[in-house]
Design a binder for this molecule. Sequence first.
Ligand SMILES: O=C(NCCCCCn1ccnc1)c1cc(-c2ccc(F)cc2)cc(O)c1O
Ligand SMILES: [Mg+2]
Length: 214
Amino acid sequence: THSTRPQRLLSAVQKNATRGDPSSVVKAIDQFCRQKEWAMNVGDEKGCILDLVVSEVNPTFVLELGTYCGYSTVRIARLLPPHAKVITLEFNPDFAAIAHQVIAWAGLEDKVHLIVGASGDWIPKMKEQFGLNSFDLVFLDHWKDRYLPDTKLMEECGLLRQGSILLADNVICPGAPDYLDYVRRSSQYESQYFKSHLEYTKVEDGLEKSIFLG
Ligand SMILES: O=C(NCCCCCn1ccnc1)c1cc(-c2ccc(F)cc2)cc(O)c1O
Ligand SMILES: [Mg+2]
């Protein structure tokens, strides 16, 4: 009867965070990952950059690819205006089950729609499923070799409008070289690198912010 790391992370949230207080959930996860067990959340350092971008964009519709335990979902949703939504996609049902409970503990269920499935299957269904035209912000944090194909798929499905922002985690570590090359070369994007570190470590990593120019 061994627990998993996501289960232990959820227990730390339920023990140390206050129900309905998203910032205490963020703090509890960061504390757990620094003091107990590393986990692949975007973390506090890159999380502050994510906060800045979310606040600047002030999005109505956010797409997050890669929920994991819901840490960045909570970081994003806690900053959204009323009626704004985060649609977050997780492939792994065990991760999704933990994320659902972390998001609920933060009291952010009303702002979050968690889908369990493959991005390649769901991106083409987003418009009909959620009655939206485009995403104001996309946070890419799933399989690193899916960043580029899913970005091209979002373009083809008309899910990006002039000014839509893509923010990609881990462009250095583990790395998404083909994606980075694409958004930096393409005349359809204006790209900017935010140098940081791999969550809870001194290893270099960063976020790439790319504005779709349409
Ligand atoms: O692989 C990562 N994320 C995707 C997880 C699975 C996504 C499943 N999914 C969801 C939707 N569609 C598919 C990831 C890895 C690392 C890392 C860095 C260094 C190291 F030594 C080990 C690991 C750091 C991150 O910040 C990450 O995000
Ligand atoms: Mg990541």
